[in-house]
Design a protein around this ligand. Structure first.
Ligand code: SME
Length: 162
Protein backbone atom coordinates (compact mmCIF):
# COMPACT_ATOMS: atom_id res chain seq x y z
CA UNK A 1 0.00 0.00 0.00
CA UNK A 2 1.27 3.48 -0.84
CA UNK A 3 1.83 5.54 2.30
CA UNK A 4 1.56 8.83 0.50
CA UNK A 5 -1.19 10.39 -1.51
CA UNK A 6 0.22 11.50 -4.85
CA UNK A 7 -0.46 15.21 -5.10
CA UNK A 8 -0.56 16.73 -8.61
CA UNK A 9 1.73 19.70 -9.22
CA UNK A 10 -1.34 21.65 -10.32
CA UNK A 11 -3.14 23.45 -7.53
CA UNK A 12 -6.36 23.50 -9.58
CA UNK A 13 -8.95 21.98 -7.33
CA UNK A 14 -10.79 19.94 -9.95
CA UNK A 15 -7.46 18.36 -10.94
CA UNK A 16 -6.79 17.45 -7.34
CA UNK A 17 -10.25 15.98 -6.74
CA UNK A 18 -9.87 13.90 -9.92
CA UNK A 19 -6.47 12.67 -8.72
CA UNK A 20 -7.77 11.86 -5.25
CA UNK A 21 -10.83 9.79 -6.17
CA UNK A 22 -9.05 6.70 -7.57
CA UNK A 23 -6.43 6.84 -4.81
CA UNK A 24 -9.09 6.87 -2.12
CA UNK A 25 -11.02 4.12 -3.91
CA UNK A 26 -7.87 1.99 -3.82
CA UNK A 27 -7.23 2.81 -0.16
CA UNK A 28 -10.76 1.84 0.86
CA UNK A 29 -11.06 -1.22 -1.34
CA UNK A 30 -12.66 -4.04 0.67
CA UNK A 31 -12.74 -2.01 3.90
CA UNK A 32 -15.99 -2.49 5.81
CA UNK A 33 -15.25 -0.44 8.91
CA UNK A 34 -16.61 3.13 8.63
CA UNK A 35 -14.15 4.57 11.17
CA UNK A 36 -11.17 3.20 9.24
CA UNK A 37 -12.65 4.62 6.04
CA UNK A 38 -13.33 8.04 7.59
CA UNK A 39 -9.82 8.10 9.08
CA UNK A 40 -8.10 7.46 5.76
CA UNK A 41 -10.47 9.81 3.94
CA UNK A 42 -9.67 12.69 6.30
CA UNK A 43 -5.93 11.94 6.06
CA UNK A 44 -6.05 11.76 2.26
CA UNK A 45 -8.00 15.03 2.03
CA UNK A 46 -5.52 16.65 4.39
CA UNK A 47 -2.51 15.48 2.35
CA UNK A 48 -4.13 16.68 -0.86
CA UNK A 49 -5.54 20.06 0.20
CA UNK A 50 -3.92 21.02 3.54
CA UNK A 51 -7.02 22.70 4.87
CA UNK A 52 -7.05 23.90 8.47
CA UNK A 53 -9.36 21.13 9.72
CA UNK A 54 -10.77 18.14 7.87
CA UNK A 55 -12.86 15.51 9.58
CA UNK A 56 -16.05 13.71 10.39
CA UNK A 57 -18.74 13.90 13.02
CA UNK A 58 -20.97 10.83 13.48
CA UNK A 59 -24.66 10.89 14.40
CA UNK A 60 -25.24 9.42 17.86
CA UNK A 61 -28.76 9.95 19.17
CA UNK A 62 -29.54 13.66 19.11
CA UNK A 63 -25.90 14.74 18.81
CA UNK A 64 -22.96 14.63 16.48
CA UNK A 65 -19.90 13.01 18.04
CA UNK A 66 -16.38 13.76 16.87
CA UNK A 67 -14.96 11.16 14.51
CA UNK A 68 -11.66 10.77 12.66
CA UNK A 69 -10.08 14.08 11.68
CA UNK A 70 -6.88 15.91 10.79
CA UNK A 71 -6.10 19.26 12.35
CA UNK A 72 -6.28 20.94 15.74
CA UNK A 73 -8.37 19.49 18.57
CA UNK A 74 -12.09 20.14 18.15
CA UNK A 75 -15.43 20.06 19.99
CA UNK A 76 -16.40 16.52 20.98
CA UNK A 77 -20.14 16.93 20.54
CA UNK A 78 -22.51 19.15 18.56
CA UNK A 79 -26.28 19.09 19.23
CA UNK A 80 -28.82 18.54 16.40
CA UNK A 81 -29.50 21.85 14.66
CA UNK A 82 -26.56 23.67 16.26
CA UNK A 83 -23.56 25.18 14.50
CA UNK A 84 -22.85 24.61 10.83
CA UNK A 85 -22.54 20.84 11.30
CA UNK A 86 -25.77 20.42 13.28
CA UNK A 87 -27.62 22.66 10.82
CA UNK A 88 -26.38 20.68 7.79
CA UNK A 89 -27.60 17.54 9.58
CA UNK A 90 -31.00 19.05 10.46
CA UNK A 91 -31.52 20.49 6.98
CA UNK A 92 -30.02 17.40 5.31
CA UNK A 93 -28.03 19.43 2.82
CA UNK A 94 -24.53 20.63 2.14
CA UNK A 95 -23.77 24.02 3.66
CA UNK A 96 -21.09 26.29 2.25
CA UNK A 97 -20.21 29.11 4.63
CA UNK A 98 -17.98 31.77 3.05
CA UNK A 99 -17.61 33.71 6.32
CA UNK A 100 -18.04 31.71 9.52
CA UNK A 101 -18.49 34.86 11.60
CA UNK A 102 -21.59 35.70 9.57
CA UNK A 103 -23.20 32.30 10.24
CA UNK A 104 -25.60 32.55 13.21
CA UNK A 105 -24.63 30.00 15.83
CA UNK A 106 -21.35 28.99 14.23
CA UNK A 107 -19.35 26.93 16.72
CA UNK A 108 -15.78 28.23 16.76
CA UNK A 109 -13.61 25.22 17.53
CA UNK A 110 -10.64 27.21 16.24
CA UNK A 111 -10.16 30.95 15.89
CA UNK A 112 -8.22 30.33 12.67
CA UNK A 113 -11.27 29.08 10.74
CA UNK A 114 -12.60 31.62 8.28
CA UNK A 115 -14.80 29.56 5.94
CA UNK A 116 -16.33 26.11 6.09
CA UNK A 117 -18.18 23.41 4.15
CA UNK A 118 -20.24 20.62 5.70
CA UNK A 119 -21.46 17.64 3.66
CA UNK A 120 -24.00 15.19 5.12
CA UNK A 121 -23.39 11.46 4.60
CA UNK A 122 -26.37 9.12 4.37
CA UNK A 123 -26.15 5.61 5.73
CA UNK A 124 -27.91 2.46 4.59
CA UNK A 125 -31.08 3.63 6.39
CA UNK A 126 -31.17 6.65 4.08
CA UNK A 127 -30.83 9.02 7.03
CA UNK A 128 -27.90 11.32 7.76
CA UNK A 129 -25.39 9.15 9.64
CA UNK A 130 -22.38 11.48 9.67
CA UNK A 131 -21.12 14.78 8.30
CA UNK A 132 -17.83 15.73 6.71
CA UNK A 133 -16.67 19.12 7.98
CA UNK A 134 -13.85 21.06 6.33
CA UNK A 135 -12.59 24.38 7.71
CA UNK A 136 -10.29 26.75 5.87
CA UNK A 137 -8.16 29.52 7.28
CA UNK A 138 -8.97 31.49 4.11
CA UNK A 139 -12.26 33.34 3.66
CA UNK A 140 -14.65 32.12 0.95
CA UNK A 141 -12.52 29.09 0.16
CA UNK A 142 -15.25 26.65 -0.91
CA UNK A 143 -17.59 26.52 -3.89
CA UNK A 144 -19.55 24.17 -6.15
CA UNK A 145 -16.41 22.26 -7.12
CA UNK A 146 -15.86 21.34 -3.48
CA UNK A 147 -19.53 20.46 -2.97
CA UNK A 148 -19.30 18.06 -5.89
CA UNK A 149 -15.81 16.74 -5.17
CA UNK A 150 -16.40 16.11 -1.47
CA UNK A 151 -19.85 14.56 -2.05
CA UNK A 152 -18.30 12.15 -4.57
CA UNK A 153 -15.62 11.13 -2.07
CA UNK A 154 -18.21 10.75 0.69
CA UNK A 155 -20.14 8.26 -1.44
CA UNK A 156 -17.25 5.85 -0.91
CA UNK A 157 -18.06 5.83 2.80
CA UNK A 158 -21.86 6.10 2.85
CA UNK A 159 -22.53 2.40 2.20
CA UNK A 160 -20.47 1.52 5.30
CA UNK A 161 -22.61 3.67 7.61
CA UNK A 162 -25.75 2.41 9.39
N1 SME B 1 -17.54 24.97 13.11
C1 SME B 1 -18.32 23.77 13.31
C2 SME B 1 -17.86 23.02 14.53
C3 SME B 1 -16.87 21.97 14.24
S1 SME B 1 -15.30 22.54 14.07
O1 SME B 1 -15.26 23.54 13.02
C4 SME B 1 -14.25 21.34 13.74
C5 SME B 1 -19.79 24.13 13.44
O2 SME B 1 -20.15 25.30 13.54
O3 SME B 1 -20.60 23.21 13.46
Amino acid sequence: MADQILVPASAIRSVRYRALLPQLQALLLGEQDPVAAMANCSAALHQMFRWHWTGFYRVAGDQLVLGPFQGPVACNRIPYGKGVCGTAWAQDRTLVVPDVEAFPGHIACSAASRSEIVVPLHGRSGKVAAVLDVDSSLPDDFGPEDEHGLATLCQLIESLLP
